[in-house]
Design a protein around this ligand. Sequence first.
Ligand SMILES: Nc1ncnc2c1ncn2[C@@H]1O[C@H](COP(=O)(O)OP(=O)(O)O)[C@@H](O)[C@H]1O
Ligand SMILES: [Mg+2]
Length: 166
Amino acid sequence: MVIFLEIITKQNIDDKISNIFKDKNTSFKYKYISNNEDETSFLAKTFAKYISIGDIITLKGDLGSGKTVFVKGIGNFFNIQEEISSPTFTIVNEYQTYNFTIYHFDVYRINDVSEFIYTVGDDYFSKGPCFIEWGEIIEEILPKNTIHIDFKKINDYSREIIIWRN
Ligand SMILES: Nc1ncnc2c1ncn2[C@@H]1O[C@H](COP(=O)(O)OP(=O)(O)O)[C@@H](O)[C@H]1O
Ligand SMILES: [Mg+2]
């Protein structure tokens, strides 16, 4: 199947993001250009409106490309008071909202799927929305309807953000 790349703009952002969550089996590929940190947060806040238990979202991209900024935007939408940072050493952080607990993973230090299963486990996937930085490391065990977000630095302020599902 051919998936056409669609551009997310300020005008269509809500439509496109809400569609991702309406039918969790559709394939899509969206491109969003963020010109500053606030625009990445805005994308995240739009996402946050629609997330629920069972949603798995991977965040991929070089260090400093904006993965944690995205999760901070999610936290901002839910009024999370605690400081959100990459859980590189703890692997997973939990943020409590009124509706559910959000799980924020950074699996950078995990070598492979068996290490992840042994040390962390996949029980979280059904407990609350999961945001997984460096999720490609555990690709094999991610459900088919996982939403992938790939961040690429264009320059100091701009990021190309590709959101896709196969
Ligand atoms: N358009 C942008 N979107 C996100 N972050 C940006 C943007 N422009 C500059 N930045 C900066 O890039 C850095 C991204 O850091 P962070 O989100 O921690 O990266 P990662 O988690 O991918 O390693 C922050 O210092 C942020 O201020
Ligand atoms: Mg990070």
